[in-house]
Write a protein that binds this ligand. Structure first.
Ligand code: FE
Length: 288
């Protein structure tokens, strides 16, 4: 006989664990492509996740000179280092440690992202999030937040969470995006510390461990994931994360899938091949 205890939840479990692929982008910046590479093409609505982390200036100094984007959002979260951003609409600024830039490229921007330092550590993440068809040709928009503007909460002993987007115990992150209703949390967990983030059911979700080790999933199905690995999660209505090493760190990211056709060509992500051809023509004609 099975017990009839109702835990009130379908816990999210690990569907698969992947490693990123070392690659280089921009003018030769070395990075680890976790989503958008051979191990995981995309996880609707997420199109790409790059981790960059190095103490060697030669790995980042060339930066990302002038390049376009259309049809989606880029989210840059800096852990260490400083990057200067400048676009063709007159928007410019420096992203410092702990800051977030959530950029809706929408109908198009041309920008550069260049290191604002010549030595020291550069570390962080860039995530690409798709936009629905009805928003792809909207006006470009930025949500930029310095480290001080990102709330930190301690939902349990040994757990520290920076809330970039989403909600933890009533503390809301500053970023709003109704199209995909994203969750973006940066976690630090001590040994045996347990955190149960609230992620809306139906959202695609993943955990990327970047330091230490976590056990991910319900008590009976927990699986250990070490730094440098991304866990793609099943759907469910709860999630349990437990620290397995001192000061383990991870990002937890979730969003509502768009379930639309994806036509993708480099920095252009549209719904149809015809729209990609149009994007290339518009870019070449200086219409971004
Ligand atoms: Fe860019």
């Amino acid at each position: 006989m099975t017990d009839n205890i109702d835990y009130g939840a379908r816990p999210r479990r690990i569907q698969k664990v992947i490693r990123g692929t070392p690659t280089s982008d921009g003018a030769g910046v070395r990075l680890n492509r976790v989503i958008g590479g051979p191990s995981l093409d995309m996880l609707d609505p997420f199109l790409l996740l790059d981790e960059f982390g190095t103490d060697k200036p030669e790995d980042y100094i060339a930066g990302f000179p002038s390049h376009p984007h259309r049809g989606f959002e880029t989210v840059t979260y800096m852990l260490d280092g400083r990057m200067r951003h400048r676009d063709n609409h007159g928007h410019e600024g420096v992203l410092g440690p702990g800051s977030v830039q959530w950029m809706s490229a929408a109908r198009g921007i041309v920008h550069s992202e260049m290191p604002e330092q010549e030595e020291g550590r550069m570390r962080g993440f860039q995530l690409w999030i798709n936009l629905p068809a009805v928003k792809k040709m909207g006006e470009p928009r930025y949500q930029e937040h310095a480290a001080e503007a990102i709330p930190s909460v301690q939902p349990a002993d040994g757990v520290l969470v920076k809330v970039i987007a989403g909600d933890v115990d009533g503390t809301r992150g500053p970023v709003q995006q109704p199209a995909t209703d994203p969750v973006y949390l940066d976690l630090q967990l001590g040994v045996d510390a347990v955190f149960e983030p609230v992620i809306p059911a139906g959202h695609s979700s993943f955990v990327y461990v970047y330091e230490g080790e976590l056990a991910i999933g319900g008590i009976e199905h927990a699986q250990r994931v070490t730094a440098g690995h991304l866990a793609v999660l099943s759907d469910g209505d709860s999630l349990r994360l437990k620290g397995m090493a001192d000061d383990s760190r991870a990002i937890v990211v979730a969003g509502r899938p768009l379930r639309e056709p994806v036509a993708r060509y480099g920095p252009f992500v549209m719904n149809t091949r015809q729209e990609i051809i149009q994007a290339v023509e518009d870019f070449n004609a200086g219409r971004f």
